[in-house]
Design a binder for this molecule. Structure first.
Ligand SMILES: [Zn+2]
Length: 120
């Protein structure tokens, strides 16, 4: 067991955070599904408001895509928790560390691997 391994209390706290995050993201996604629907171009609205509508729809879609990705990460993190693999970096198998996980409980990579991935 390494120095950064999570205590049972930390694990419980992070599980609670993940479950709350999963609920929140699922709720957001359910609520925003209508806003992300394609704009009905046959609707008799002015050109500017049509552009507005398209822009709003694109923003809603981007927000949804982000929420869906995050939800997937949350679900992966919960599955890994069941298998006793939570908090272990997917790439280098180092501990992700409590500091990082308490800010982002769905993090699947340690800081180093995340930075490497982002700089690629
Ligand atoms: Zn790593």
């Amino acid at each position: 067991m390494s120095m950064d391994a999570l205590t049972n209390e930390q694990m419980d706290e992070l599980r609670t955070a993940l479950l709350a995050l999963r609920d929140e993201l699922s709720r957001d996604l359910a609520g925003s599904s209508k806003a992300a629907q394609p704009v009905d171009l046959d609707q008799p609205i002015g050109r500017l408001s049509r552009m507005d509508a398209i822009q709003q729809q694109e923003m809603a879609q981007a927000t949804r895509a982000g929420a869906m990705l995050r939800l997937k990460q949350v679900e992966t993190a919960l599955r890994r928790m069941e298998k006793g693999e939570f908090g272990i970096c997917l790439e280098c198998e180092d501990d992700v560390g409590y500091a990082r996980l308490s800010a982002r409980p769905e993090a699947l990579l340690c800081v180093n691997c995340q930075q490497k991935r982002e700089s690629r």
